[in-house]
Structures are given as structure tokens and as C-alpha cells.
Design a protein. Sequence first.
Length: 255
Amino acid sequence: MDHIRNFCIIAHIDHGKSTLADRLLEYTKTIQVTEGQMLDDMDLERERGITIKSHAIQMEYTHNGEKYILNLIDTPGHVDFSYEVSRSIAACEGALLVVDATQGVQAQTISNLYMAIDHDLEIIPVINKIDMPSAMPDEVEDEIVELIGCKHEDIIRASGKTGEGVEDILNAVVERIPHPVGDEQAPLQALIFDSVFNSFRGIIAYFKILNGNIRQGDKVKFFNTGMEYDADEVGVLKMDMIPRKELQLLPDIHR
């Protein structure tokens, strides 16, 4: 469990967080980026260049000779999708606060930040698009310091376009964000933060294990509805769904 980090990316719309997420995935060799905004798989998302639905993906990163599992949730930035963001925040211990170097802190940045603070998330501030000719990193850095009271050296300057600062972000995720806590021997408890319906597979629930473990074929009970279901398949989220026989609170990070 010490080698797991759960974090999300929060920002105002069009501040480049999905492009920055692509660079994180590319740097960790999770995927080979062939086109922009790889996590945005809806046609409308690709057409408009915005994130509408939260997207979760697992990365592996080696830091100081040790392997870590990084679970990332890329969240929408538009105010209309705040509920999507709130569910993602509840499943994480940390957040990347991404601010556009050309625009500075904006309304939805503050709104999402307050949600993250209410959930006691560790905030890692990132100034994105520093490669732009109109970038104002010094002024934006002062805005962030005034907003969250951090130190100037805590702010990471990055570019989703060039990849600058990506390694610093990954190192900060490992070093600053706390690992999840729980009891592997306790009965299964999990937090469902998203779900979709597939006409062939049925209900696909995205969840974070809080205690215990779950195996393929286990019977699970949803506390909100009281309904019971069979777990026909369990697995992890990469670019595709990777089946596993069992999901544990303390996973083997080499798998």
C-alpha cells in the first residue's frame, strides 16, 4: 500500500490538463500517444477538445529504484460537470491543481480546489503552458501562492505540449501525496466513484478498495440500494480493461 498513489487533475476548462495527462501516460510508458487527449474517448470530447466525463487509468512509475502504482483520474473542467469532479475527488488522496500560464487562476479552478480541500486532499500546484509566448508564469505563481498559501518552490512549471516538468510532477505525486490506508484482513469495503452500462457486459462499476479484497465470482452488496450482484469480472483500468482474478488492497506492483 505504501507504493500506491491515487490522484486526480483539477483545473478550469481549456487549461490543458488532458494534454498534460497524455504526457504523464507517455512518460510512464503506459501508452504511446498517437493523437491528442487519449483519455477523452467520446466523439464529442474529441470534437470539442474538452473533457465531459471523468476517466481513470493506472500507471507504473519507478522512483529511486522502487516501483509505484499511480492511479490517475482526469476530470472535466466545465462548471456543468462539477458532480463528476466531486466523485473523483472522493476517491483520491491528492490532486494536481493545473493553472494556465496565459490565463491565471479562474473561477472553476477555485471551485474545484475548494472541493479538494474539503476532502483533505494534498494539493500539488502546476503552472501549465509555460512554453506559450504569452505565458506569465511569475504573475500566475503569485496568484497560486495567494490562493492556497503554498511556497513558491512548491509550484511546478510544466508544458503539456513539450513535456517539460512532467518528471517533476511524477516525483511530486510520489513524494507529496500520501498513500491510501485500510485493512486487508477486514471485510470488503469499496467506494464506487463511477459506473457505465455496457449492453454486452452489464453494469461496469469503477471503484476504490478501502478495506479487504474482491475476487472474480464474489457476491457484492451495494449499500445505497441494498441490491446484491455477482462480480462476473474484476480488473484494473489501463487504456483497456485488464482482467484480474483478484483485486487486493495491497496489490503486487510488479503485475
